[in-house]
Ligand binder design. Structure first.
Ligand SMILES: Nc1ncnc2c1ncn2[C@@H]1O[C@H](COP(=O)(O)OP(=O)(O)OP(=O)(O)O)[C@@H](O)[C@H]1O
Length: 257
């Protein structure tokens, strides 16, 4: 059974904006999938429907064998611990240290009380340092996040997500705010995490070349609909133009196959 099944999902905001229309696809455990499409195509909405940060208007999302479309808040909390999310703007608590932000990844698994008083077990702390080390942040562990570079902040975001011990990582424009060398470091970490920890990865990406380089499978979304779902090496210029229509030529011109 696939880890994730999206079945005929539609999302309409405020009864007006049709952000997703009848979207269906499945993702197998261990896959890396890039989702591409122009601004406003519905990529972020799709990610948010997968972990129910937004509710779908129609259709269903089956994750890890469970239909999560209609589940209670309590069940949702448990399901969310299995899905880590990484954001373009990192969503860290800037004044807190790297280690504190990484430990926050455990909050979903804790009782409210121990979360509020900041109680973490020795095992959780050891695990946090191990992950910080894996992401090359040992020297920054006690620094407040507002003293870090963008690339370092994103590595903290990844470390925090890994603390959840997720089955799926949703990465919403993870490199959109980073320069090329920091972007490469982030993408290489995400692929390493996929390969060494068997965590399934879904990437929302603006850059077609990055999407193709790092994932064997690409899903193209235009105006809320899936217009391509297939191997990245079968993605030709015409398909890319169809996905982006005319709007974002600058993302396409460098792309040669
Ligand atoms: N909370 C919201 N309320 C109302 N409309 C929204 C909301 N979030 C997104 N939308 C609209 O839904 C559509 C899809 O937006 P979404 O952010 O999912 O696209 P995207 O492909 O991620 O775009 P970008 O690449 O620019 O982030 C857009 O028309 C957007 O304006």
């Amino acid at each position: 059974m696939p880890l994730l099944q999206i079945k005929n999902v539609s999302k309409t905001y405020n009864n007006v904006t049709r952000a997703l229309q009848d979207v269906s696809f499945s993702v197998e455990e261990g896959e890396v999938v890039s989702v591409i499409g122009p601004s406003g195509a519905g990529k972020s909405t799709l990610m948010r429907c997968i972990n129910r940060l937004v509710d779908t208007s129609a259709g269903s999302v089956i994750f890890d064998g469970q239909d999560i479309t209609g589940i209670s808040k309590r069940e949702l909390r448990h399901v969310r611990t299995k899905t880590g999310m990484i954001f373009q703007h990192y969503n860290l608590v800037d004044r807190l240290s790297v280690i504190a932000n990484v430990l926050h990844g455990r909050l979903g698994q804790k009782s409210t009380l121990s979360g509020v008083v900041g109680y973490y077990s020795e095992r959780e702390k050891e695990n946090a340092f191990r992950i910080i080390n894996k992401l090359g942040l040992s020297e920054q562990a006690y620094k407040p996040c507002n003293e870090l570079s963008g690339g370092q902040k994103q590595r903290v975001g990844i470390a925090r997500a890994l603390m959840q011990e997720p089955k799926l990582l949703l990465c919403d424009e993870p490199i959109a705010s980073l320069d090329p060398s920091s972007s490469k470091i982030i993408m290489d970490h995400l692929i390493d995490i996929n390969e060494t920890m068997n965590i399934t990865v879904i990437l929302n990406l603006h850059q077609v070349d990055v999407a193709v380089k790092y994932a064997r499978r690409v899903i193209g979304i235009t105006a809320g609909r899936v217009v391509y779902d297939g191997p990245s090496d079968a993605l030709d210029k015409k398909t890319i133009h169809d996905i982006y229509q005319s709007g974002e030529g600058d993302l396409i011109t460098d792309f040669e196959r």
